[in-house]
Design a protein around this ligand. Structure first.
Ligand SMILES: Nc1nc2c(c(=O)[nH]1)N[C@H]1C(S)=C(S)[C@@H](COP(=O)(O)OP(=O)(O)OC[C@H]3O[C@@H](n4cnc5c(=O)[nH]c(N)nc54)[C@H](O)[C@@H]3O)O[C@H]1N2
Ligand SMILES: Nc1nc2c(c(=O)[nH]1)N[C@H]1C(S)=C(S)[C@@H](COP(=O)(O)OP(=O)(O)OC[C@H]3O[C@@H](n4cnc5c(=O)[nH]c(N)nc54)[C@H](O)[C@@H]3O)O[C@H]1N2
Ligand code: SF4
Ligand SMILES: [Mo]
Length: 704
């Protein structure tokens, strides 16, 4: 029965998902039943302003879903079948602890145990705190969390010494905004609102993407670049800027290293004709983009911003592409203006005390690190060091999200692998668990949040009691640490104490100055940075030289090319003609808008919105294969295959096909998703994933 709103308790919460927006939420709870009855956006959040996306709008459907994992369980069927029987928490913890002790004492040692987690929640405590302490203390293999952002981070680091960031609220003053490999309207919808407001004030919006994403559709111009060639386009733009004398010589001489060397490189190696051949764009397109971008202030009345995102990083040369693109605002001088320049992530603006939370000092010297992108190799014993005998998965669904899916699934099915999964739902990964543990949702636990898309710190207060016997990540590792007899002083610490410690870096002039836990529990607090903050306006960069490093001495010392350059994709029709003769099409598999990676596939309303697996293919490529809209097709390469329904349209450039991910195998007719075709090859720097660097062919499904 619904109570009148006056009797309801209102709790301030935070959307925990891996999304730059980190929305403030308000949850209304009926005190009599303890049940959450309403969830909406917090209108007082200065950045997210009361609006939640389609995915989280109906969040209570997720929290109260009948398929929640509510009790610890152990496997009774074959691995992958998802058949379990209920056990107690005591039995679950004792079983895991006994197995971990046995492996740690065996010749394989504790490094045969692998934690596997990513960003199912972005809360500081649930993302990584006591879990990290536990595995560090245990001496388990370390996990390099590379599946999303490390290529771009490494690329930015070379040029800027940190991430490309702006004060996003100030971007409203930009007058030329480039969504570069960024589906902003979908993946960062509150920043899209800012772009839209800038447009109402006269800004032009351009999207560079081989796919006509929703963002490209709504932009003033769509530049359909060939996948993986963004660095070449940026170098061509530099060529034109220097040729035309549009460069900000003052910024280049005072605040940059290597302008002359870069100029010589691009003048010689990246004239428009060369860049046109690499990128598949016309010289006229490249010239016009360079002019509009470099002359934005004169032509459109304000500075330019590049919103670069993750799509362009998921290629063999992804890190170098980002390093190269973030050089552009130094050439134009756009770093001088608030909200302008280039924007990848604001995560580095938050000085959380990660050392305190995760205690890296507990890691035994010489412990190996496993790159999470290479889970297939790890589970098949193909990496140096002992075999993986136990896997502990939380905050992640690797059976759906990791590349080379067929080999990941075969690895998870190994009879000699002991797998623990801590989850809210019976995901494809949970189906492979030996022990399945119930996890709380954001409404059931406490956490604190930074953001990678704005500048507000927030606290998430639990609104309801944990459902069933669900426990937060931190509590699971407290129990396990106790069962393993680990030092109580490391683990007998409450979530609130963890949060206070994480925020402790409050020394003036820290951005956390004055932002106590009590303050953020009262509502979102802006970091202590000036209004219209422009972190690089004074030309100070946290690089070794203190300047923007167009030329990198560190790269030269490491024996690498010190200047920006174009690195072709691993699977590139231009440089791999033999592979392309077999598999001529470049497949992109970005997430479907109603899903967050593989999260929400099991929520009926969102799965219905996503409809089914589709493959968008250009009419020329479709005609050559006898493919019509509505027909089922098989997408395949040497790694695997999956089925999808064809949509023949000019939403992709010729030679490119797009299948929106990331379905669960239990909702497909062939038991796999698009990751059955993706590769575990890594990016040039940062060890990142190359999901979009993927040659395939397509044929009508009946002929397969
Ligand atoms: N082909 C292809 N593959 C991709 C991508 C792509 O675009 N194309 N995208 C990649 C990217 S960008 C990313 S970030 C990764 C994402 O990979 P993952 O981080 O694995 O993301 P999700 O699919 O969202 O799965 C997160 C899981 O965590 C669980 N979870 C949520 N909160 C909690 C909690 O508090 N405790 C516990 N124990 N579990 C919790 C959720 O129920 C969910 O099942 O996928 C990558 N894979
Ligand atoms: N609704 C929704 N929102 C999300 C997510 C989600 O799954 N669903 N995921 C969240 C996460 S974890 C992340 S990492 C971010 C990702 O945020 P984005 O990076 O914006 O997302 P993607 O859709 O992966 O990639 C953006 C675009 O890059 C294009 N692209 C692919 N290859 C290239 C290339 O070589 N060059 C260029 N220029 N473009 C290319 C793709 O076609 C795609 O349209 O979004 C977050 N927000
Ligand atoms: S997924 Fe992103 S846009 Fe949607 S509610 Fe969460 S933070 Fe906001
Ligand atoms: Mo991501």
């Amino acid at each position: 029965m619904r109570r009148s709103l006056e009797t309801l308790r209102t709790v301030k919460a935070v959307c925990p998902h891996d999304c730059p927006d980190t929305c403030g939420m308000l949850v209304r709870v009926d005190p009599a039943s303890g049940r959450a009855v309403e969830l909406r956006g917090d209108p007082e959040h200065p950045f997210t302003r009361g609006f939640l996306c389609q995915k989280v709008h109906n969040y209570l459907e997720r929290v109260y879903h009948p398929d929640r994992v509510l009790f610890p369980q152990k496997r009774i069927g074959p691995k992958g079948a998802g058949r379990f029987t209920r056990i107690s928490w005591e039995e679950a913890i004792a079983t895991i602890a006994a197995k971990f002790r046995e492996i740690a004492a065996s010749p394989a040692g504790p490094q045969a145990i692998l934690p596997y987690s990513y960003a199912g929640t972005m809360g500081k405590l649930m993302y990584g705190s006591l879990d990290r302490r536990f595995f560090h203390r245990l001496g388990a293999s370390l996990l390099d969390r590379t599946i999303c952002a490390t290529a771009g981070a490494a690329g930015c680091e070379i040029t800027l010494g940190t991430r490309a960031m702006v004060d996003p609220e100030a971007s409203i003053h930009c007058r030329y905004i480039v969504n570069w490999g960024s589906n902003t309207a979908v993946t960062n919808s509150h920043f899209w609102r800012i772009e839209h407001e800038a447009r109402q004030r006269g800004a032009k919006i351009v999207t560079i993407d081989p796919y006509q994403s929703p963002t490209a559709q709504k932009s003033d111009e769509w530049i359909a670049i060939r996948p993986g060639t963004d660095a070449a386009l940026a170098l061509g733009v530099m060529h034109i800027i220097f040729r035309e004398g549009w460069d900000d010589q003052d910024f280049l001489t005072q605040h940059c290293v290597g302008a002359a060397a870069l100029r010589a490189r691009v003048e010689k190696e990246y004239p428009p004709a060369v860049v046109a051949r690499i990128t598949g764009l016309t010289c006229a397109q490249i010239e016009r983009f360079a002019r509009d971008y470099a002359c934005a202030r004169a032509l459109f009345g304000g500075p330019a911003l590049i919103r670069l995102n993750y799509g362009l990083q998921r290629h063999g040369g992804g890190a170098m592409a980002v390093r190269t693109i973030v050089c552009l605002p130094a050439l134009t001088g756009d770093w001088r203006y608030p909200g302008a320049g280039a924007f990848l992530s604001t995560s580095k603006a938050y000085p959380f005390d990660d050392h305190f939370l995760t205690r890296p000092d507990l890691i035994p010297p010489g412990t190996r690190t496993i790159n999470m992108v290479q889970l297939a190799e790890a589970l098949h014993g193909e990496l140096p060091g002992p075999p993986i005998l136990a896997l502990f998965v939380y905050n992640s669904n690797p059976a759906a999200v990791a590349p080379d899916q067929s080999r990941v699934l075969a690895g998870l099915a190994r009879e000699d692998l002991f797998t623990v999964v801590h989850e809210q739902f019976h995901t494809d990964t949970a189906d492979f668990a030996d022990i399945l543990l119930p996890a709380t949702t954001q409404l059931e636990h406490f956490d604190i949040h930074g953001s990678y898309g704005h500048l507000y710190v927030q606290a998430n207060t639990p609104a309801i009691a944990p459902r069933g016997e669900a426990k937060p990540n931190t509590e699971v590792f407290r129990l396990l640490a106790r069962a393993m007899d680990f030092e109580p002083e490391l683990f007998d610490i409450s979530d609130e104490e963890l949060a206070r410690g994480a925020l402790a870096n409050a020394a003036n002039p820290s951005p956390f100055h004055g932002l106590t836990l009590d303050a953020i529990c009262a509502g979102p607090q802006r970091l202590q940075v000036p209004h219209a903050w422009a972190p690089f306006a004074a030309g100070v960069f946290p690089t070794p030289s203190g300047k923007c490093e167009l030329y990198s001495e560190r790269e030269a010392q490491a024996g690498r090319d010190p200047l920006p350059h174009y690195i072709p994709p691993h699977e590139d029709p231009q440089t791999q003609p033999q592979l392309a003769a077999q598999y001529p099409l470049q497949l992109l598999t970005p997430p479907a808008p109603p899903f967050l990676n593989s999260t929400f596939v099991n929520i009926d309303s969102l799965r219905k919105a996503a409809k089914e697996r589709t493959l968008e293919i250009h009419p020329t490529d479709a005609a050559a294969r006898g493919i019509r809209t509505g027909q089922m097709v098989t997408v395949f390469n040497a790694r695997g295959r999956f089925r999808a329904r064809a949509i023949v349209a000019e939403t992709v450039r010729p030679g490119v096909v797009v299948s929106l991910g990331l379905w669960w195998r239990k909702w497909t007719d062939d038991g796999v998703n698009c990751n059955s075709t993706t590769s575990t090859a890594l990016t040039d720097r940062g060890g990142g994933a190359t999901f979009f660097d993927n040659l395939v062919d397509v044929q009508p499904a009946t002929a397969s």
